[in-house]
Design a protein around this ligand. Structure first.
Ligand code: BGC
Length: 765
């Protein structure tokens, strides 16, 4: 049956209650509202569509498919448009149609809105939770000023495989750190209390669950993990977000245990709702229900029914719910109770947002002056400063200021490449380029583009413009190679010869990471690598400034560059923040949250792996019959937690307040003295790892359990103290019980996961 033919005859605006809705009494309000809604209207609330023209302002016309659906009362929300005028009109149509229920307005506000913050992977390398919360707070303010009240963030998928392009969107490979980031982001978006004020938004935690564990790093691929492994290695960030009160979750594209996540009742019902107590709503990822047909589960009616029953409340862009659920009720495949459950969740979210009291709460249009302000840019600058990781420095950095500098590379004068993935609402062209930032310190710096991205023009064209061609085929596009590679390199060499130092700005363009951007070879693209080799041949010192959304293989670069600064995609203030680090105005303090491999064949590569029965030291050469490779070491080039600054920090011995701790209610203070041996003030992230020597199940060789980012004056020593409890040593055992087992634990502290000092703690009854 085609629901589009059903005429909803309820008079406009008759059902929603008047504007003086009391804040208390949500249940009775919703009971009363739902009591007056038809089945079709309830199902309409479960339907989410993207706005036409995605992101850009639109005139509302009757040809707009969403308008037709709205008039029929078959749309609960719209996402992807942040134009207040458009949203006001759409909202009015919703109020005048069907049950007269206001729409919820969602958006992919992932790392900032118009003011772009560093991509999430970059932000995670700041290890600064207050700062991360502040970026989300700032984004919420800007988004609400544009009419948005629901953001599709935080993305908290643990990712261990750098081939996966969406590693850029999350907090890296560690579940503990990921959990801390998830909490900070949820607080930033939703505020500290249950109330959602007019500059706060509902968060949507994604992608639930395990999307980051796609086999071979290939996007949307199968996930093949056991329950114990997911609970210990992957689920913590989702769980922490639920504890922090996240209002919604987005179900993911992948399968788990042979069942697509979007119809997986273990994930959504058993774990998220029953075990963790989540009581918000679950939306699918875009077209995820329709994709269950491709997973081979059944036709649209079957997969829609199963998704609803498993716990989905809102269908994003599949039309599975509006097209099939009425029929499924008739056939008894789902009950009205299932639909009522989902509808209630959506109405609760709208109630929580205050939309029944004032459907235009976020659409006043008076807050344009809160967008892209000096204050929002100051947050972006601070975040960009703390999200850079200095990977190598032979002493060339910081630059002194009197050198002749040649800034070379296709990412040097490229403002729109600074924003990274998911920054559709940004003022990308306004971003500070690396060149402009450097010229603030060194006005005479010369510039050369130096190379194309890839040597193969056709391939470069496909990568760069594929998305534009898909969505807007008539857009005129420039040639992928405006100039031949040889001419670009020749110009770069002439500039390089006239300089004392080269700043080479290369790496990934944004199209190389994010969604649908898996790479089988995660190196610096070939044309730029060729440029680096040519520059090296000049004998001039080279500082490599790396733009990237994922760990890359940098073995050659590590051997041949004088310094490497990993700058990811840092957003609006990228160039200023990068230049301030290069010139020592800012002391770099970022530390990696993903392992950087020597070779792509090491992927998935993560520090918290198991020991195996035939372990082999990380950097030992090949040996037969142990767990290693013939042609590359096991360990990473740059490990998790690693990052240099312009100081060195000396760590003292690890001291425990007691060498024993009861397994039930004990606690132990772990402390270490850290000395800033350098001449600059700086920030150091002190990291605490544990290792259970013997457990009833196998455990990782190291697990991060605490960290603190500390400010140090030049020469200053501070004692950093952590409190460890049995909770910190607990894990899910083979029977999936959360337990702290008796026995010995290594308690280790240091500047990164490969440079630790330890002490032993015995857990007793
Ligand atoms: C992505 C989500 C995103 C959604 C809406 C999907 O393709 O996987 O992360 O929130 O689109 O744009």
């Amino acid at each position: 049956m085609n629901l589009r033919t059903i005429v909803i005859s309820v008079a406009a605006s008759t059902l929603a209650l008047s504007s003086c809705t009391p804040k208390s009494g949500m249940d009775s309000y919703i009971d009363s509202l739902m009591g007056k809604m038809t089945l079709e209207q309830k199902i309409g609330q479960l339907n989410l569509h993207s706005a036409p023209g995605f992101v850009s302002a639109m005139k509302v016309t009757e040809e707009d498919g969403n308008v037709k659906l709205l008039r029929e009362g078959r749309l609960g929300g719209i996402y992807g448009n942040g134009d207040v005028q458009y949203l006001r009109q759409i909202q009015q149509i919703a109020l005048d149609s069907g049950a007269g229920i206001p729409l919820i307005f969602g958006m992919d506000v992932i790392h900032g809105h118009e003011t772009v913050m560093p991509i999430p992977l970059a932000l995670s390398t700041s290890w600064n939770m207050e700062l991360i919360e502040k970026t989300a707070r700032t984004a919420a303010k800007e988004a609400t000023a544009c009419g948005i009240n629901w953001v599709f963030s935080p993305m908290v998928d643990v990712a261990r495989d750098a081939r996966w392009g969406r590693i850029a969107e999350g907090g890296g490979e560690d579940p503990y750190l990921g959990g801390e980031i998830a909490k900070a982001m949820v607080r930033g978006y939703q505020g500290d209390d249950a109330e959602i004020s007019d500059d706060e938004v509902l968060a949507c935690v994604k992608h639930y669950a395990l999307y980051g564990a796609a086999e071979a790093g290939r996007d949307y691929n199968t996930v093949n993990l056991g329950r114990q492994e997911i609970l210990n290695g992957y689920m913590r960030p989702y769980h922490e977000a639920a504890k922090a009160g996240a209002a919604s979750y987005m179900s993911s594209f992948n399968e788990f245990e042979g069942v697509p996540a979007t119809m997986n009742s273990y994930l959504m019902d058993e774990l998220l709702r029953r075990s963790w107590g989540f009581n918000g709503f679950i939306v699918t990822d875009a077209t995820a229900i329709a994709e269950e047909v491709n997973h081979g589960i059944g036709d649209l009616q079957e997969v829609s029914a199963r998704s609803l029953k498993a716990g989905v409340d809102m269908d994003m862009n599949s039309d599975g719910f509006i097209e099939t659920l009425v029929q499924s009720v008739k056939e008894g495949r789902v009950s009205e109770k299932d639909i009522d459950r989902a509808c209630r969740k959506i109405l609760e979210a709208k109630y929580r947002l205050g939309l029944f009291e004032d459907p235009f709460k976020y659409l006043k249009g008076e807050r344009a002056n809160e967008i892209y302000t000096p204050e929002t840019k100051a947050v972006a600058y601070e975040a960009a400063c703390e999200s850079q990781v200095l990977l190598k420095n032979d002493g060339i950095l910081p630059l002194k200021g009197n050198e002749r500098v040649a800034v070379i590379g296709p990412l040097a004068d490229n403002p729109s490449e600074m924003t990274g993935c998911w920054s559709m609402s940004s003022k990308a062209g306004d971003c500070a380029s690396i060149l402009s930032g450097i010229r603030r310190h060194c006005p005479g710096a010369t510039y050369s583009q130096g190379s194309n991205i890839f040597l193969d023009e056709q391939f470069e064209d496909k990568v760069k413009y594929g998305l534009i061609r898909m969505f807007s085929p008539s857009t005129p596009l420039p040639k992928a190679h405006a100039l031949p590679q040889s001419a670009l390199v020749a110009d770069a060499l002439s500039k390089a010869r006239g300089a004392d130092v080269i700043v080479a700005c290369v790496g990934e363009i944004t199209a190389l990471n994010g969604e649908g951007a898996s790479r089988a070879d995660i190196c610096i693209p070939d044309a730029q690598k060729e440029l680096l080799r040519s520059l090296k041949a000049t004998g001039k010192p080279i500082v490599l400034v790396l733009t990237t959304g994922r760990p890359l293989t940098l073995g050659w670069e590590n051997d041949n560059m004088n310094a490497i600064l990993c700058t990811w995609n840092l957003g609006t203030e990228a160039g200023n923040a990068i230049a301030d680090v290069l010139y020592g105005k800012v002391n770099p303090s970022g530390k990696l949250t993903t392992s950087f491999p020597y070779h792509v064949g090491q992927e998935p590569l993560y520090y918290n792996h198991k020991n195996t029965g035939r372990p082999h030291p990380d950097y030992a050469p090949y040996q037969k019959f142990v767990s290693c490779y013939i042609d590359v070491v096991n360990g990473p080039l740059y490990p998790f937690g690693y990052g240099l600054s312009y100081n060195s920090y000396k760590y003292g011995e690890v001291k425990l307040s007691s060498t024993e701790m009861p397994s039930t209610d004990g606690s132990v203070q772990v402390s270490v003295d850290v000395n800033n041996e350098g001449k600059m003030d700086g920030k150091e992230t002190v990291q605490l790892y544990i290792h259970a020597k013997y457990s009833s199940s196998t455990r990782p060789v190291k697990e991060l359990k605490a960290f603190r980012k500390v400010d140090f004056k030049a020469g200053e020593t501070k004692t950093v103290t952590f409190t460890l409890t049995p909770e910190d040593l607990s894990y899910y055992d083979h029977d999936l019980r959360w337990v702290c087992e008796k026995g010995e634990y290594d308690i280790m502290i240091g500047p990164n996961c490969n440079d630790l000092k330890g002490s032993t703690l015995k857990v007793v009854r």
